[in-house]
Design a protein around this ligand. Structure first.
Ligand code: AN0
Ligand code: CP
Length: 355
């Protein structure tokens, strides 16, 4: 096998592993007799070996964010956006700056060439450039590539295949970080875990992920990663509540508890995490917009004085009433603040791994 073939084989293995297991983070420095490096990617919550440890490390970074200011010296983070962002863009950039990195940001939808992701495609249609060249080229300019590429919500199979991020994993030669892909938003859920740790209850906490209505079809990425993160929280009880028919991908929810009665789910809850997602079975469709699912002050009264959480951006008085999001119990701004430390921990781990 030639060196090039071997490298491609390793990249394929790496792509599979990044989605399937948490092994990518624990790979050693070099691999094989030709010393080809397996890079460390952050693609999914499954890449977190110990959530408890990561949360502790992130809280340590939060106390002294400039401690590792030299770690990223002369290293460049490239952030590629195929969708809009406020928090992810600024917090990840801030995290990189705290580590002394240089940052380049590119908005692909308005500035980049339209990319082709299919191997062997005859490119006589809309796409001008193949991911094969694009990822290889960007890898020469950047030491880490971070990507935001939402679900298209039209083709379930294509979204589940994570076409964009898989393409970068396959053809980039530097680590890849997920800034919300078709099926996951792990840096958000890591920030959520950090925020919940800061509001730790003296008793075993009850955490509720509640669906709420929204006028536009939204991806399942945020709830997916939140569910995966909660499955790693051994000292908390977790309930998902949504209208019947709004089940998330069962391969992700596994045996997580689902309660279709939102009021019942809210009883004694310590954390209410609201999020809309579009229908997974009737893929990408809005089949319910019942305003009774909006998180209101009356609903919050059913809880154990629960904290209110949302990843933002949020539509006020659709997902949650002003009264709730403006209340003392709302910790949405803290969640957004913790995005910096979540991203900084991820970047720090990657930089340390490649030193
Ligand atoms: C996106 C979503 O629901 O996935 C991003 C959330 C972080 N939200 C919107 O598009 C409103
Ligand atoms: N929560 C979050 O990812 O926000 P942005 O879409 O603004 O980045």
């Amino acid at each position: 096998m030639s060196k090039k073939q071997k490298k491609i084989q390793i990249k394929q293995l790496q792509t599979e592993l990044s989605f399937a297991s948490n092994d990518t983070l624990s790979f050693g420095e070099g691999w094989g007799e030709e010393n080809i490096y397996i890079t460390m990617n952050f693609i999914s919550i499954q890449n977190i070996d110990s959530l408890e440890k990561w949360v502790k490390q992130a809280l340590k970074i939060k106390k002294n964010p400039l401690k590792n200011k030299k770690l990223g010296k002369n290293k460049t983070l490239g952030m590629l956006f195929f969708n809009s962002s406020l928090r992810t863009r600024l917090s990840t950039q801030k995290a990189a700056l705290n580590l002394g990195m240089n940052v380049m940001v590119m908005n692909f939808t308005s500035e980049g060439w339209t990319l082709e992701f299919e191997d062997g495609a005859i490119m006589d249609q809309g796409a001008s450039e193949h991911i094969k060249e694009a990822a290889a080229v960007v890898s020469q300019y950047c030491d880490i590539i971070a990507i935001r590429a939402f679900a298209g919500l039209v083709d379930k199979e294509k979204d589940n295949a994570e076409t964009v991020i898989s393409g970068f994993l396959k053809y980039a030669s530097v680590p890849v970080v997920n800034m919300e892909s078709a099926t996951g938003h792990p840096m958000q859920s890591l920030a959520d875990a950090i925020t919940m740790a800061e509001h730790k209850t003296p008793h075993r906490a009850k955490v509720v992920l509640t669906w709420a209505p929204h006028p536009r079809a939204l991806p399942q990425a945020v709830p997916n990663s939140f569910v995966e993160m909660m499955q790693k929280q051994e000292d908390m009880d977790f309930v998902i509540t949504h209208p019947e028919g709004y089940e998330l991908n069962p391969e992700i929810t596994k045996d997580s508890k689902i309660e279709y009665d939102q009021n019942k789910a809210f009883e004694n809850a310590d954390f209410i995490y609201a999020k809309n997602w579009s229908n997974y079975k009737e893929y990408g469709k809005i089949t319910n917009s019942d305003p009774n699912w909006t998180v209101s002050a009356d609903k919050m009264k059913l809880t154990n004085n629960a904290k209110f959480m949302h990843c933002l951006p949020v539509r006020r008085n659709v997902i949650v009433t002003d009264e709730v999001i403006d209340s003392e119990n709302s910790i949405v701004i803290e969640q957004a603040n913790n995005r910096t430390y979540s991203a900084q921990l991820v970047l720090q781990k990657i930089l340390e791994n490649r030193k």
